[in-house]
Design a protein around this ligand. Structure first.
Ligand SMILES: O=C(O)CCC(=O)C(=O)O
Ligand SMILES: [Fe+2]
Length: 381
């Protein structure tokens, strides 16, 4: 009989913070590999613009399969034109290439709600990993810039109290020609696409296509520009992350990334796979609130960024969720007697706040004030 031993892949534990406290995942320590077309498919959104329900349903079915499988997919023919993206990208670079004192005009230190600029190496999304090498600039939903807003004065108080936009972001960038216009044009395009996509998500869950429409009139719709500088020799040696492991919070994220590469996704087997950039596409991934709404059928998938290329990297995520005052539990099509709802109804705003609070407590204990995003840490090798 052969005495050869079979080597088992070694596994690390990843601790993820959620609104309810930590959860754990097993992660293979084998190096990240390229994703397959099944793991992160490219979905053509053109049929979403068809007047035929059957055409739109095809997209919904593709979304369902991808959302159940890895929780990540690319979309093409998404309706955001090249010029809109190119202008946003140009403004992103104009902002980050400024001297630090100009960027600090909109430092997040002056924000109550995570608006503004965060410098490089100033956050640590995943305490078990390195600090995040990236710098970022964020702005949050404002009805003033939403193409669907009809009458600002008619917005009910219970909705207004959840608005989190802060005008200093635009005041402190007013010296950059066209910045506000180009950035908000891109943001508004993401908003329009998200409202289209949320219908497909509803349909994918066998709900009426319009199920979420009245719940996204004043939605969570947060824009972020990320800039990943080239890592220092020391950071390379320590395998520092651009952005540590985390899940996103809301319904779904639209993520435009440049062609540099670096986004990694944790697949069902606990293997890190590379979400290689595909020209002309936007990455879509499921957030925690969506996973909750569909009783865990769809996956809010852990991801991170390693920019190990010799070039800088940029990305423009857009986080989309329900109106922050909207109380929503597991949707009717995802719960039954056999499969009861695992979660109680909760407003999207409270949900986000629960997580921010848990995270900021932990971050304050571990690192002092600083990081804000969802987080994860490796607890055992
Ligand atoms: O830069 C990327 O590709 C990912 C960004 C991301 O995951 C985030 O900002 O939540
Ligand atoms: Fe993310």
């Amino acid at each position: 009989m052969s005495t050869a031993t079979i080597t088992q892949p070694s596994i690390a534990k990843l601790e993820l913070r959620t609104g309810y406290g930590p959860v754990y995942r097993d992660v293979l320590t084998t190096p990240p590999r390229d994703c397959t077309a099944e793991e992160i498919p490219i979905i053509d959104l053109a049929p979403l613009y068809s007047s035929e329900f059957s055409d739109r349903k095809v997209v919904a079915q593709e979304i369902r399969a991808a959302a159940i499988n890895t929780g990540f997919f690319y979309v093409k023919n998404h309706g955001i034109d090249d010029e809109t993206i190119a202008n946003a990208k140009k403004q992103l670079l104009a902002f980050f290439k400024q001297d630090m004192d100009k960027k600090m005009l909109i430092t997040q230190d002056q924000s109550k709600y995570f608006n503004g600029y965060k410098g490089p190496r100033s956050t640590n999304v995943s305490p078990g990993e390195s600090v995040d090498v990236k710098e970022s600039m964020s702005w949050r939903y404002s009805p003033e810039y939403d193409p669907e807003t009809k009458d600002l004065d008619a917005i009910p108080e219970e909705i207004k109290r959840w608005f989190r936009a802060e005008p200093f972001v635009w005041e402190g960038t007013a010296h950059l020609p066209g910045f506000k216009e180009d950035v908000l044009h891109y943001w508004a395009s993401c908003l329009t696409l998200s409202r289209k996509l949320v219908k497909a998500f509803a349909s994918s869950l066998d709900l009426d296509e319009n199920y979420f429409d009245s719940k996204v009139t004043y939605p969570g719709a947060d824009g972020v520009f990320n800039y990943y500088p080239v890592r220092t020799a020391e950071e390379k040696a320590k395998e520092s992350v651009g952005l540590g492991s985390h899940t996103d919070l809301q319904l779904f994220t639209l993520l435009w990334q440049d062609m540099t590469g670096g986004l990694q996704v944790l697949n069902k087997d606990g293997q890190w796979i590379k979400a290689t950039p595909v020209e002309g596409t936007i990455v879509v991934n499921i957030g925690d609130f969506m996973m909750r709404l569909c009783n865990d059928i769809y996956k809010s998938t852990v991801h991170r960024v390693f920019n190990d290329s010799p070039a800088e990297r940029i990305s423009m995520p857009f986080f989309f969720g329900l109106n922050l005052n909207c109380v929503e539990g597991v949707v009717p099509s995802c719960a039954s007697e056999k499969n009861p709802a695992k979660y109680e109804p909760m407003s999207c705003g409270d949900w986000c706040q629960m997580r921010f609070k848990l995270e900021s407590n932990a971050f304050e204990e571990n690192h002092g004030k600083g990081a804000l995003a969802p987080s994860a840490k490796i607890v055992a090798a």
